[in-house]
Design a protein. Structure first.
Length: 230
């Protein structure tokens, strides 16, 4: 019926879209898939978003923080994929890695153990807090050229390079142990943190491990590996 009020909130649409996009990816997800998940008609979803790109935008906004949907006029319209990238960029800029950035410019190191531990904890907190956003972005970025360039090339690889730079600096100053290959060591840190802070939840043999036990164990073992026992 013309003029009939929507039966779902934009947040409902965004939450369902985030789940479907994360499970199936951008290319395999259609407007009808999200409509079906909500029990709505294909046409009804177009009263909320004008396109699949706009649907991904609201899904990402909801994943970052539902308040980002406040004030959006429906149907949500997007002019280009760059608007999705801009939203993701604002999210990563707001989060950042200040502990790592500070370590890269610090000349005097009162405690290498404390500094390294803070960098590990900072990364763990970022991944643990944002794992739903990370899952959505990583899944869809593979199929969207501008998102791929931003997420994998600029942000993810950029973080690996920064972490490698930190390790190189502290190994040279004698604060950290020598490693066979710095780039591999940086990935070892990042992937260890990512698995326990996020990916373990998809493993039926590891999902029961508690967040606190994983966080403290990762901190302890990585610190011991790179600095030795205290």
């Amino acid at each position: 019926m013309a003029g009939r009020a929507p039966t779902r909130s934009l947040a409902d649409i965004a939450e369902a879209a985030a789940q479907v996009f994360t499970e199936h990816g951008y290319r395999e997800t259609g407007i009808s898939d999200v409509a079906k998940a909500l029990g709505l008609s294909h046409g009804a979803l177009y009263t909320y978003v004008q396109s699949k790109e706009a649907l991904l935008y609201v899904a990402l906004a909801w994943s970052i923080g539902p308040d980002l949907l406040d004030g959006l006029e429906t149907p949500v319209r997007l002019s280009s994929e760059e608007e999705i990238v801009a939203l993701a960029r604002r999210w990563t800029d707001a989060e950042g890695f200040p502990k790592l950035a500070a370590a890269l410019t610090r000349r005097r190191v009162p405690s290498g153990r404390e500094e390294f531990g803070e960098i590990v904890d900072e990364l763990y907190t970022f991944i643990e807090t944002n794992r739903d956003v990370l899952a959505l972005v990583a899944q869809c970025a593979r199929e969207l050229p501008e998102m791929f360039q931003f997420w994998f090339v600029q942000r993810r690889r950029g973080h690996f390079e920064a972490l490698s730079g930190y390790l190189t600096k502290r190994i040279r100053s004698g604060h950290l142990r020598e490693v066979p290959d710095v780039a591999t060591a940086a990935r070892f840190i990042a992937e260890t943190v990512a698995w326990f802070a996020w990916h373990r939840l998809g493993d039926p043999d590891s999902a029961m491990l508690t967040d606190e036990h994983c966080r403290t164990t990762v901190h302890h073992l990585l610190t011991s590996a790179f600095l030795g026992e205290s």
